[in-house]
Design a protein around this ligand. Structure first.
Ligand code: V47
Ligand code: SF4
Length: 399
């Protein structure tokens, strides 16, 4: 049954209560839901209902299209001057011996390692340390661009930018202009956590505020550039904090149109100061994807980050509003393996990613960072698959 027919069936269901029917009607008519309705969905709506609405919106916007890209990460350091309570990654205080601090050459060597490989993006993000300042990063970005101009640099979050601009006595506007000119193409979505000050102060009190995060993205968008947004959920926040976060993003997107995708990040509880908290269930993850899809009507894409939630949940998420499952990654990130993710060495071949998408009936599209389609893999045959000719080629014995 099509997603439109499924939504029509839901609307005919006499057992659906009025508030949920009103929201479903709004979705069918491409109308925006209110913050109060958003909180109500979190509090009351069942997964099956949310899936019908979110899948309808996903298919209206993207059909079966499911995007991925080929990328690698550089994490300059896992030492950090900040002390976010959820972070399993920063080693500054207790275990400095487990830390790494890459030099400029180390980072360029990582880039050179991918020479000749069909990657389109490098994602650079890590801890915050004083030696990684504006001149350091400007030189790094310029050197990467000089070496491989077409490689898209998606680098640093407002957490780093706020810190390095303050140290260099630059206004946000001046700093972002320097960064744009040095070769950074877009900003990843990290550092957003939860914008609401009540929660942010408790879990990430010493780094940039929610307002500062939003302001830096706004300035970046005003320079004509694109960025992503995230939300760290499933810890001490409540549903109205999540909706407040989504509302702030929706408002900024109305103003600038500069966000490309929204990535909900599930809190993982291994080895951090919030390890006593239980992780939320997969059902809650899927509900959160679906409500994000319903609420953020002005976002083109919702991304599931498979290294964090596992491949099978990423596949399920494709029926709950998600149309993007990030990239091949090639075992270059440690943020989630250190926080307890099932994926201890996250890497997927293009064939694995394509099969993961195809096996749930969606259309795999390799994209660049700006969502231009590089290759449609719907009917693509990989060399490995061609070698297995099945039983059709068995010799026919003439009798
Ligand atoms: O801001 C840290 C999160 C983020 C934990 O833009 C944790 O394409 C869960 O933003 N449990 C950084 N999450 C990563 C990030 C990202 C990832 C993939 C793609 C993109 C993109 C951006 O990781 C941090 C924080 O919210 N994080 N520790 C943890 N224990
Ligand atoms: Fe530092 Fe980022 Fe970890 Fe916070 S989440 S302590 S800013 S590395």
């Amino acid at each position: 049954m099509s997603s439109t027919a499924t939504l029509e069936t839901l609307l005919r269901d006499p057992s659906l209560n009025k508030p949920l029917r009103d929201i479903a009607e709004k979705v069918a008519q491409q109308q925006r839901i209110t913050p109060e309705e958003g909180v109500m969905l979190f509090e009351e709506a069942e997964l099956a209902y949310l899936g019908i609405l979110a899948n309808y919106i996903r298919e209206q916007k993207q059909g079966d299209n499911t995007y991925f890209n080929r990328n690698f990460h550089i994490e300059p350091t896992n030492l950090c001057v900040y002390t976010c309570k959820f972070c399993s990654y920063s080693r500054l205080i207790k275990q400095r011996h487990e830390g790494w601090e890459y030099t400029m050459e180390d980072m360029l060597d990582i880039v050179y390692k991918y020479d000749g490989e069909p990657v389109t993006e490098v994602h650079i993000v890590g801890g915050v340390l004083p030696q990684y300042d504006v001149p350091f990063y400007v030189e790094l970005f310029k050197k990467i661009k000089a070496h491989r101009p077409e490689l898209h640099i998606k680098a640093l979050t407002p957490v780093e930018y706020h810190y390095i601009f303050k140290k260099a006595k630059l206004s946000y506007e001046e700093g972002m202009k320097i960064i744009a000119e040095s070769g950074v193409d877009s900003l990843p979505g990290g550092g957003a956590e939860i914008f609401h000050p009540e929660i942010r102060e408790k879990i990430a009190g010493d780094k940039c505020t929610g307002e500062q995060w939003l302001r830096l993205h706004e300035i970046w968008h005003q320079l004509g550039r694109r960025s992503n947004a995230t939300m760290l959920y499933g810890h001490i926040e409540n549903y109205s904090h999540r909706i407040h976060h989504l509302e702030e993003l929706r408002k900024l997107q109305d103003k600038t149109g500069g966000f490309q995708t929204f990535i909900p990040l599930k809190f993982r509880n291994k080895d951090n100061e919030m390890s006593h908290l239980e992780e939320v269930s997969t059902i809650e993850d899927l509900r959160n994807y679906a409500i994000s899809r319903i609420y953020l009507d002005n976002f083109g894409h919702i991304k599931a980050y498979w290294p964090m939630i596992s491949r099978s949940v990423a596949q399920m998420a494709l029926s709950f509003g998600v149309d993007d499952i990030d990239g091949t990654i090639d075992d270059t990130t440690k943020i989630y393996s250190m926080a307890g993710s099932e994926e201890q060495n996250p890497a997927m071949s293009t064939r694995d990613l394509v099969n993961l998408i195809r096996s749930v009936g969606r259309r795999p599209l390799e994209r660049d960072t700006l969502y231009n389609v590089i290759q449609d893999y719907t009917d693509f045959a990989f060399e490995e698959d061609k070698q297995f000719r099945g039983y059709l080629d068995l010799p026919v014995v003439n009798q």
